[in-house]
Design a protein around this ligand. Structure first.
Ligand code: NDP
Length: 330
């Protein structure tokens, strides 16, 4: 086994957390029960925040970064896992309090691991990553609530050209929903149409504070942006509709009123991917296995070497990456 390997570590520089490349040995890894040889990780918005230090994501340092990993079990002290098992880990504190996926090897707790469905390669698993599995959690939440049914009403996806947004657009369109994509980048319209979006709304039109109750438009929504965008989406949701909220790319505030909730029975569904129980994760991944169009997934994904992370972290925070970025850690 490789004696030392390159990892991206968040450490303090002038009192601020920042990502940097370091050589690690297996003895540097935590004493968790399962050793995984990582094949790929991925770039999520949170990874951009952690790498640059723009958000206080890493709550202890030094810490290996990367919110996701996909790879193969090499050694296990747990009866649940054996060498050769293909596994994926999303979240569970990776890059916050636990070492993450920007490394050739990582040790993890057995209960964090999920068996990768046979229908996905390790690269596809990270093309999905936390962003894609969160998109699936959002769609499942809307369906479980009963707010949306195929061919009944429009579903809006905000931050549509981003990672969560792209997978949400693809998934919803494949399921037969009429999807409107909210994006600030008109140059992505052809791309979003190819994923199944049938309408567009300029993100600027959702950015300014609007009325408490606006013209009813959306049967459901997947919001990755937060702030005034989310407030406007809620105010435009039809009677009995629901909004799944998962992101804060536009801000963490919510300048809304209770009016849509108490006069239109609108529901706000909160989505957290990090500590989601395993049964729900397995359901979301099985749902992706069943419904995610693999051609769409390939079209929205680029694969980048770990050495490009400094530029990629800046790009995702500036809203300049499109779709999903897989990080090849080999
Ligand atoms: P991306 O950067 O890939 O996508 C975010 C998109 O939001 C951008 O592509 C852009 O879309 C839009 N956007 C960016 N900046 C702004 C802005 N200032 N105002 C309005 N829109 C903006 O990130 P991800 O898809 O990885 O993540 C999206 C969000 O979801 C993040 O906030 C992330 O933290 C959150 N998230 C939460 C999870 C959870 O567990 N709750 C899990 C995963 C992600 P466009 O160019 O189309 O307008």
């Amino acid at each position: 086994m490789t004696e030392t390997f390159t990892a991206v570590v968040i450490d303090q520089v002038d009192g601020k957390p920042k990502g940097m490349f370091r050589q690690l040995a297996l003895t540097d890894l935590p004493d968790h029960d399962v050793l995984v040889e990582v094949a790929y990780s991925t770039l999520n918005y949170k990874d951009g925040l952690a790498f640059t230090g723009a958000g206080r994501i890493a709550r202890r340092t030094p810490l290996v970064a990367g919110a996701d990993l996909a790879g193969t079990v090499v050694q296990s002290r747990s009866p649940d896992w054996k060498p050769g098992d293909r596994v994926v880990v999303n979240g569970f504190g990776m890059t916050e309090t636990e070492g993450g996926g920007y490394t050739r090897f990582q040790k993890v707790k057995p209960e964090w691991l999920m068996r990768l469905p046979d229908g996905f390669s390790l690269e596809q698993a990270m093309a999905i990553g936390t962003a894609g599995y969160t998109a699936a959690l959002c769609v499942l939440a809307l369906e479980d609530w009963g707010a949306i049914q195929p061919n009944a009403g429009e579903v809006v996806v905000t931050g549509a050209a981003g990672g969560v947004g792209s997978i949400a657009v693809s998934l919803l369109s494949s399921l037969g929903y009429r999807v409107t994509a909210s994006t600030g980048r008109p140059e992505t319209h052809a791309y979003l149409s190819s994923l199944g979006a049938s309408g567009f709304i300029d993100r600027a039109s959702l950015a300014d504070k609007g009325g408490a109750l606006q013209k009813e438009r959306w049967a459901g929504a997947v919001d990755t942006v937060g702030s005034t965008t989310l407030a406007n989406v809620i105010a435009q949701t039809v009677y009995g509709g629901a909004v799944a909220t998962c992101g804060l790319a536009g801000g963490a505030d919510l300048p809304a009123t209770v009016m849509p909730f108490i006069l239109r029975g609108v529901t706000l569904l909160g989505i957290d991917s990090v500590m989601t129980p395993m049964a729900k994760r397995v359901r979301a991944w099985d749902y992706l296995d069943k419904h995610l169009n693999r051609d769409h997934l390939a079209a929205m994904t680029s694969v980048e070497p770990m050495s490009n992370l400094p530029a990629l972290a800046d790009a995702i925070l500036a809203g300049k990456t499109r779709g999903r970025v897989v990080i090849d850690v080999t």
